[in-house]
Ligand binder design. Structure first.
Ligand code: SF4
Length: 278
């Protein structure tokens, strides 16, 4: 089984592959739907995902210039209201405001395919700095080293370096101009910042090319299951894989896996992606 022509990689699909090749194959290649809960309690998981989506929508509308007082009247949920007020009182600091875009996609060619990134918010001072902001709503704060190695951190900064000229006066930005911030609505004063540089950019480029070439070269009928089993309780394929029947607890999921903008829920719509060919 090989990749279909025109397959578009994302941080979500690459993270799935790194976590478990079989997961990538079942979800992204075979599109297997499997009737199982991914977390327990399911209703609580759904509720928190919907709350996260509501916050993302609010922050997008705020970036588009809708006044705070109008948006505040739309918030009916207690947690979302608290998050919204946390944002108003303690927004991510030191984010350029000359050029701001929300929910924007960029993509780049890589190893015969495309790699896309969807950004919650980008604030830029063209010619100087570009700051990527990602909203999180999980209760747990992940360790910095864990977050630094996540595909999201690597892919988002890498794609922005190659495709971010629209945020830099029409010129491709240097990696040193780019920074990524994770802002958690439950811990607004504990932002995590990840400055990029040329060395990391080169390393990410080599790593991502090799990873995509490895995936593209696979032709086995059944890709291997992950050796670790920590992912399986939160994976709805676990009974198919004979990795248990009981769903994991939602509050034990890591922060970015609780995220409302989980790409598993997205149909990647290339019509909405600002394609930048270089
Ligand atoms: S249940 Fe475990 S082994 Fe099976 S696809 Fe999911 S993560 Fe991989």
């Amino acid at each position: 089984m090989s990749l279909p022509e025109g397959f578009v990689f994302s941080q979500g699909s690459l993270q799935a592959y790194v976590d478990c090749p079989r997961l990538f194959q079942l979800h992204y290649l075979l599109n297997v739907t499997w009737p199982a809960l991914d977390v327990e309690p399911q209703l609580e998981g759904e509720r928190q995902r919907e709350q996260g989506s509501a916050l993302h929508r609010l922050l997008q509308q705020h970036a588009q210039g809708i006044p705070e007082f109008l948006l505040s009247t739309l918030v009916l949920d207690e947690d979302v209201d608290r998050w919204w007020n946390n944002y108003l009182e303690t927004p991510p600091p030191d984010v350029p405001s000359e050029l701001v875009r929300a929910e924007i996609g960029l993509s780049v060619p890589i190893a015969g395919f495309r790699l896309m990134a969807r950004y919650d918010r980008v604030g830029a001072d063209p010619g100087r700095r570009i700051v990527i902001v990602d909203w999180k709503t999980g209760w747990k704060l992940p360790l910095r080293a864990w977050l630094e190695n996540r595909m999201q951190t690597r892919v988002y900064r890498y794609v922005m370096t190659l495709a971010g000229s629209a945020f830099n006066g029409g010129v491709r930005p240097e990696a040193e101009q780019i920074e990524m911030i994770y802002w958690n609505a439950n811990h607004p004063d504990r932002v995590m910042r990840f400055q990029y540089d040329g060395e990391q950019f080169e390393a990410d480029g080599v790593y991502l090319h090799r990873l995509i070439q490895e995936i593209a070269a696979r032709d086995e009928e059944n890709w291997e299951l992950t050796n670790g089993t920590t992912r399986c309780p939160f994976c709805h394929y676990r009974s198919l894989c004979k990795r248990g029947r009981v769903a994991g607890a939602f509050d034990e999921l890591e922060d970015d896996e609780q995220a409302a903008d989980d790409e598993w829920d997205f149909d990647l719509d290339l019509e909405q992606v600002a394609e930048v060919i270089f």
